[in-house]
Design a protein around this ligand. Sequence first.
Ligand code: SAM
Length: 277
Amino acid sequence: MTRAQALRYARTRLEKAGFPSRQAEAEARQLLEHLTGEHGARFWRGAPLELEPGQQRRLEAALARRTAGEPLQLILGTAVFYGLELEVRPGVLVPRPETERLVELALAELPEDRPARVLDVGTGSGAIALALKRARPALEVYASEVSGRALELARANARRLGLEVTFLHAPLTAGLARLDLIVSNPPYLPEAYCDEAPPELAWEAEEALYAGADGLAVARPLLAEADAALAGGGGLLLELDPANVHALAREARRAGFTEVAVLPDLAQRPRFLRARR
Ligand SMILES: C[S@@+](CC[C@H](N)C(=O)[O-])C[C@H]1O[C@@H](n2cnc3c(N)ncnc32)[C@H](O)[C@@H]1O
């Protein structure tokens, strides 16, 4: 099979499995570039132009995984987040594009004229912490996580990218104090969603997604700890579910946080909670 035939074959397999044409074309290309290790124009010039038998077998296996609903990033082993290429592994949340907005909001909160201390709670692959450190090297960045598997991956990503973040195997604020900003994309889905979740979520660890009956079983204790962990005037930024973000905003106001606001995601759904101590 030539590379051109392989591309047509992969695209058709994905289309038949229900992927829209443009997505099928883009993903077929990404899979083939990944298998051959050659990208863009080099893919078409690469010799031999025939796929090797081993590459064809690997293409079949990758297509079987993708048409069964496995996220493309887990098949490729990498995801791009805020311009960083991160390794991803099964059992650790694949960073989502909507969380890039959380990074932008965090950067807008952080002072540029002095070093600041920031904590990413539930760092997963390290996505948010590493994006912040890359964008502002002077930041003192901490990241907490309860999953050993996630922490191992986050540390590997930091090493590969040469970024210095202090990772803590501990829950929530890990006993830190005098923080200028706490940022977090915690597990926030109400448990009832589990039954109607889109198929790609089946590949994610449940403890990275679900948080009790109202989805606030991690965010609520984090709000309580944030009071002691933040410096005066420090900020809290959370990504939440449109179904529970307003409820936590009310709790934040009652707990004495100021400037409490609910901000939309790119699809204009209420998604982020911003508050100040
Ligand atoms: C939705 S994932 C977010 C991962 C990553 N921050 C991202 O945005 O891609 C939530 C993460 O929080 C971790 N987690 C769950 N409960 C936690 C807790 N009490 N303290 C710290 N991390 C927690 C999970 O293991 C998971 O990695």
